[in-house]
Design a binder for this molecule. Structure first.
Ligand code: SAH
Length: 239
């Protein structure tokens, strides 16, 4: 499509995003926007794991963004959530979830709770999600939203996720949603043999790469680069 047409098409779809409560928008007022998000932004780009698509269709993303962003909750973009942080673009959440190959009996560690949205998507699929957020205000808010929505299988704590969560290790899956400049050794150690870690790595946003780490049954770790990405940096807090 010529560029002008494409940007006009994007403008059109932004202008036509349904209003909350709009007639025909579905039970929570956003259901049709969410269904469109999944088909156009996620399935069309190649995410095909049915469990992931079902979770993305179900989790009310608008509940995880500030009131001022609710209109944009199902747009193809990251959004500000306060404290200078963002909720990731829906496609990236879906891609990372698919790459993690989550299963119903899995115990998952997430580093970077942010809004709690990625944790909710995982919680739709796995047994339990442990999520760590360095900003205590965000940890508190995410925890409240998750509780309100009935996600009793998510546990959030405030802290530096670099060290992981040894009390609940090892994990079948580890998802890191802020970019470290190297893969934290404690997290590699807390990954189960047979487990997978999905992590954006890179010191500057322009050169970050999404990687998948696999630990085989013998404990050997291999890593694959999947795509260039842009995440907020993983920050460290002195102990
Ligand atoms: N997964 C989130 C988006 C995360 S944005 C969601 O679904 O909304 C990245 C988050 O990582 C930010 O909230 C940031 O405060 C947090 N973060 C950065 N460094 C961290 C660290 N060392 N430990 C835990 N959280 C960290």
């Amino acid at each position: 499509m010529p560029r002008g047409l494409l940007s006009r098409a994007i403008m059109f779809s932004l202008l036509c995003a349904p209003e909350p409560g709009a007639a025909g928008a579905g039970p929570d007022g956003y259901a049709s926007a969410r269904a469109q998000m999944v088909s156009r932004q996620i399935a069309e780009r190649g995410v095909s794991d049915e469990r992931v698509l079902a979770a993305m269709r179900k989790v009310p993303r608008h509940e995880f963004v500030p009131d001022s962003e609710k209109r944009s909750a199902y747009h193809d973009t990251p959004l500000p959530i306060g404290e200078g942080q963002t909720i990731s673009q829906p496609y990236i959440v879906a891609l990372m979830t698919e790459l993690a190959r989550p299963a119903t009996n899995h115990r998952v560690l997430e580093v970077g709770t942010g809004s709690g949205y990625q944790a909710a998507v995982l919680a739709e699929i796995v047994e339990h999600v442990y999520s760590i957020e360095i900003e205590s205000t965000l940890a508190q808010r995410a925890s409240e939203v998750l509780q309100k929505l009935g996600y009793n299988n998510v546990t959030v704590r405030a802290g530096d996720g670099y060290a992981g969560w040894p009390e609940y290790a090892p994990f079948d899956v580890i998802i890191i949603t802020a970019a470290p400049d190297h893969i934290p050794q404690p997290l590699i150690e807390q990954l189960k043999p047979g487990g997978r870690m999905v992590v954006p790595v890179g010191p500057i946003a322009a050169t970050q790469q999404l990687r998948v780490l696999e630990k085989n049954a013998a404990g050997k770790v291999t890593s694959t680069v999947v795509a260039p990405v842009r995440f907020v940096p993983l920050r460290r807090r002195p102990d």
